[in-house]
Design a protein around this ligand. Sequence first.
Ligand SMILES: *Cc1c(COP(=O)(O)O)cnc(C)c1O
Length: 392
Amino acid sequence: MDKKQIQLSVPNLDIEIVESLRECIETGWVSTGGRFIGEFERKTAQYVGIADAVSAQSGTAGLHVALRILGISAGDEVLVPTLTFVAAVNPVKYLGAEPVFMDCDDSFCMDVDKLEQFCQEECIFDGAKLIDKKTGKTIKAIVVVHIFGNLADMERIMDISQKYNLKVLEDATEALGSYYKEGRYRGYFSGTIADMGVYSFNANKIITTGGGGMIVSRNQHYLDEARYLTITAKKTSAEETLFFVHGDVGYNYRMLNLQAALGVSQIDKLECFIETKIANYKTYKEELQKVDGIRIIPFKEDIRANHWFYSLYIDNERFGESRNELMHRLIQNGIQCRPVWKLIHTLEPYINAQNYKIAKAVDYADHILNVPCSTNLTSEEIKYVCKIIKEK
Ligand SMILES: *Cc1c(COP(=O)(O)O)cnc(C)c1O
């Protein structure tokens, strides 16, 4: 046991999947055509309770296309979180727009009080457009990230977006399977509440296709547009297809049949994975509840969270060891763990971007440690991780 490496978040793939991969190889359908793509799109849409979904080669690609469809272009501004993975923000820059960074609340998701305050106090709304007083630029949209499987406060975010005529994109890459149990959006899955949403099937996500993404929306027009743009904007009538008629500058972003072959199997496991995630979370919580100076970050009560990632808050003084010291000690013991992301507004490509009253995110960036959370983790392994933590 002691020699074993415990990984942070690794895939849980069934070996039977090779049969589907064999089919792709034997039939030659290994690229952006083939039966698994449509099947995976349908299954994903069905799982989250909407009519359609559009696959992409990554979550990042999905976010890029979605933002473009929502009308983001050069010179616009987009409100984004600072405490998240950088891929949630990069697509804003791909389109020539500028991010404005927001703080987080105790769920790590965007602080809606500060979001509203920013719109009210730092901008002018002329009845149609929200204009940033400092730059004179138009704020077009909000990118909301559902961090680690928690859900942002979508009721208030949607209210704010309506008041100020902003589009909302849900980066649900970490929260596939999370849904509201109460309130206005009861029964709504992450990604299906705002204008558009995106999932990721990267290897560390709750289900994986190696790499991949999915664009969702309740607006079929947006999804049609996404399908078109992800196949290099190729027109689809028989004649047009034959002569390679492209109506726009599109992208080569469609998912591969090989990836989708994994997806159709993985999505059947999703509910099972979530059960395991919840059970493992409970084990951590019980094992660590009496440890002074460490608390496990809770998921919201009014949602069914997918419990994708487990975060520990390390109070250096009370615990007697800093987050980084604990992290290195765990790594030395073969336990892979990671600090939460470095805040995006402090990263080199974004140091000159605007940010608004960021405080809480700074504290979390300094104190949060993510511990192993793979769905194939055993309770012995979790107890071992907790034992090492307690050995300080
Ligand atoms: C994983 C992730 C992405 C990107 O997804 P990829 O499929 O890896 O491109 C974007 N945003 C967040 C918050 C993520 O965690």
